[in-house]
Design a protein around this ligand. Sequence first.
Ligand SMILES: Cc1cc2nc3c(=O)[nH]c(=O)nc-3n(C[C@H](O)[C@H](O)[C@H](O)COP(=O)(O)OP(=O)(O)OC[C@H]3O[C@@H](n4cnc5c(N)ncnc54)[C@H](O)[C@@H]3O)c2cc1C
Length: 394
Amino acid sequence: MTARRCAVIGGGIAGASVAASLARRGWQVQVLDAAAQPAAGASGLPVGLFAPHVSPDDAILSRLTRAGVQATLQQARALLVQGQDWNASGVLEHGVKGARRLPAHDTSSRPATPAERAAAGLAADAPALWHAQAGWLKPARLVRALLTQPGIEWRGHCAVAAVVRHGAGWQLQDGAGWQLQDGAGWQLQDGAGWLVQDAAGQCLAEAPLVVVAAGPHSAALLGARLPLQPLRGQIAWGRCGDARLPPFPVNGHGSLVAGIAHEGAAAWFVGSTFERASTDTQVRPDDHAANLARLQLLLPAAARELAPQFSGAAGSPAVRGWAGVRATLPDRLPAVGPVDEAAAPGLWASTGMGSRGLTLAVLCGELLAARASGEPAPLAPQLAAALAAQRYTR
Ligand SMILES: Cc1cc2nc3c(=O)[nH]c(=O)nc-3n(C[C@H](O)[C@H](O)[C@H](O)COP(=O)(O)OP(=O)(O)OC[C@H]3O[C@@H](n4cnc5c(N)ncnc54)[C@H](O)[C@@H]3O)c2cc1C
């Protein structure tokens, strides 16, 4: 039987997850990325958190993030080195705006103990939850590990400008005119499919199924079928040195994770800013100040420990930064699967990961690959429908 073929545009955590999920099912997958190396976009974040969202009514987002954490944990356990690339450390959520109530049947999250609050430098009555099924992850490590699965071909330096439909009996343009190719070139298909083209109109790939996973650039490649918006973010990081910081990650209003090996030393990471409609990835001093202000609310004791680094005090190592651009949708859920089955069959997406790519991208890859392979969905119908890309085009 001929292998089913797919071209994925974008080698971040979304595209790599789609590619790995398809490859596990026997697909031949090409991953095209404008950059030389994988994880060149938001997935180049040095370290981030995966964690469930909790709500008293166990809303769709809560159920999706719980399923997403399990999917991320499964791939991290299978492909990465615990303690070095990721850790299922648990995460303390400090409710700076008050306590979040848990649904009755939630067994993996609970109120934090006094000892956990004390370890974070919080008062004994601070509103705080402990998420046992949560932790930190270096997303670029997961991306690279996913892309090395058999059946996946990585193709860097492939800036895609357009995805164009072709039909049976199609021809390819090679710049010098029209010609048909076979053999080592593009495979000619009997059925219809898609040509992936660069800005000069050259064909970079051809496949019956194309999955757009290009983060904030997905909107243009999908012909504006999804209302994706860029959301710039910056984190601050520095060396732990003697600073007394929580022994586990804390989130709630921004986040702090400390003691992570990075660039040859134990490092802390504080995030993140949110700036709509910006695609700027320069690190800005103002955003360092905004991240410190956020930390002062989340963890006042840790903010006091790190303040000398933020202020550039003599003898303190300088604060460093990293910035990237998230892709968000109005309902803050990803868009997965066909974007418009009637008008664009075979043009699919896995994008709109927003601030939760580390929690949701692996699950989205599984959902997409199960559907493309004709398997039952790995999620309840209501949850799969909430992620369907076609919710924006129907
Ligand atoms: C400051 C900050 C902090 C964050 N913290 C967390 C966190 O703690 N937890 C969490 O879960 N999430 C976090 N996120 C969000 C997370 O990083 C994203 O959700 C996730 O990385 C998105 O992955 P992606 O694969 O969809 O997009 P990206 O990683 O952006 O990948 C898109 C890829 O497409 C490629 N590309 C773009 N255009 C083209 C083109 N035309 N042709 C070919 N290739 C193209 C790019 O080069 C890139 O490699 C954070 C984000 C930021 C910015």
